[in-house]
Design a protein around this ligand. Structure first.
Ligand code: FDA
Length: 395
């Protein structure tokens, strides 16, 4: 293996955070090389947002991020926020549109974002080396990175290899392992923004309803999300479920409200008085899809029963199913489908001003590799841009 010409900065990972970091550092005149084991840069960007990349959100605050240190992201998000990324998008004349909850997507393709980042890297002269299987990393400013494409050496090393989500397109635990080798602890990673799975009677019910989507509010502890819920063959999905999955803790129940903002109990009693001969599932079917209404009436033991012949206690039980349905997930679909990895390199070891390890100033961690994970809605890419930018300004 030959030792390639010296660079100032080695970035491992040609994803969102790594490319942003390389673009900014190279624009500052730093000689940058980006190494990635994939044969294509930005693969996760390309599959994001259904191919349209939800690249940021109009309303980004630290409150939309999960981390053992909720304040860690504040500085980077302030220094390089959604407006800054939008300026870049506009400078590259990328057409975009806004969807609900302030989510911004490309009009054409997520490929526009990758092309923009590559063009910024190219303008600064950053070199991108693909299909580079990274082996041993040694040293401590200078760092030496042995790869299948040669050995690279530089005073600064930025680790931007992301989290564990979607292993089939190149995700790896590289950052966590490397952090460990340099004495930095890692907050235990787990899948986030992921469909939840169920077993037993709950799964049987959900399977029967697979494909049905309804607006719902889902709560876990203090977290609550009011968005769509989707029944699937394995359990529950949809934005509300993905969001709550990041907060849910194994073994505990989530609370599902299928009629958010409505008083289900009052509604059932009112109908009991007005239309006593109507069957319970017919009444519930006026509020929810018919198949779901039948399944819930059955679960409450009221299927086929005229509402007038249902006791108030039984109707109260049904109302609880409608608006406070406690469900205990068996697990999640895991990294195979998770949009993000919770946990990661412990921010206690990192400077929020530079992303560098306090004990190893030449070694920085950015993006999803770090213990900062955002909500669904463009927040994870914004963290990648913000943390990548900060590191790019510091290396
Ligand atoms: P990212 O994963 O982008 O990049 C890491 C890079 O490191 C990759 O190029 C990888 O090949 C490389 N790498 C990994 N291990 C390596 C190793 N050992 N050696 C060399 N290279 C290595 N977020 C959002 O805000 N809006 C959205 O629309 C979506 N949509 C979405 C869809 C899907 C299906 C997923 C899985 C995720 C999303 N996300 C998202 C999340 C978002 O994609 C994610 O948070 C960012 O891409 C993280 O950026 P990073 O640069 O940290 O990692």
């Amino acid at each position: 293996m030959s030792l390639s010409s010296p660079f100032d900065v080695i970035v491992i990972g040609a994803g969102a955070a790594g490319l942003m970091c390389a673009a900014i550092a190279s624009a500052r005149g730093r000689r940058v090389v980006v190494l990635d084991h994939n044969d294509q840069p930005g693969r996760k960007i390309l599959v994001s947002g259904g191919g349209k990349c939800n690249f940021t959100n109009r309303a980004v605050t630290p409150a939309q991020y999960l981390s053992a240190n909720p304040h860690y992201a504040t500085s980077a998000l302030k220094r390089y926020g959604p407006a800054d990324f939008l300026d870049l998008i506009k400078r590259h004349r990328i057409a975009f549109h806004e969807r609900e909850h302030g989510q911004l997507f490309c009009d054409n393709s997520a490929g526009d974002i990758v092309a923009m980042l590559l063009s910024e890297c190219g303008a600064g002269g950053a070199e991108i080396v693909l299909e580079a299987k990274v082996g041993a990393v040694t040293g401590d400013g200078p760092f030496r990175v042995a790869t299948s494409r040669g050995t690279y050496e530089a005073a600064a090393l930025v680790v931007a290899t992301g989290g564990l989500s979607l292993p089939k397109i190149g995700a790896s635990g590289f950052a966590h392992a490397l952090a460990g080798r340099y004495g930095l602890s890692v907050v235990a990673p787990r899948p986030g923004l992921v469909p939840l799975t169920f077993t037993g009677a709950d799964l049987a019910l959900m399977r029967d309803l697979a494909g049905i989507a309804v607006p719902a509010e889902i709560r876990f502890g203090k977290a609550r999300f009011r968005e769509a819920l989707l029944f699937t063959h394995r359990g529950l999905s949809g934005p509300a479920v993905l969001q709550i999955s990041s907060y849910w803790l194994t073994g505990q129940s989530i609370m599902v409200d299928l009629l958010p903002g409505q008083d289900a109990a009052a509604r059932l009693l009112e109908r009991k008085g007005q239309r006593p001969n109507a069957q319970v599932e017919t009444i519930v079917g006026e509020l929810l899809p018919a198949r779901l209404a039948r399944a819930l009436a059955e679960r409450a033991g009221l299927l086929g029963r005229p509402i007038g012949q249902s006791t108030n206690a039984a109707l109260a039980g049904l109302a609880r199913l409608l608006s406070e349905w406690p469900l205990v997930p068996a697990g999640s679909e895991g990294y195979r489908t998770a949009e993000v990895t919770l946990g990661g390199v412990d921010t206690a070891h990192l400077s929020s001003k530079t992303m560098a390890a306090k004990s190893h100033p030449g070694l920085s961690f950015v993006g999803e590799a770090v213990d900062v994970a955002g909500w669904l809605g463009g927040y994870n890419f914004q963290w990648a841009w913000s943390s990548g930018w900060v590191a790019g300004m510091s290396v």
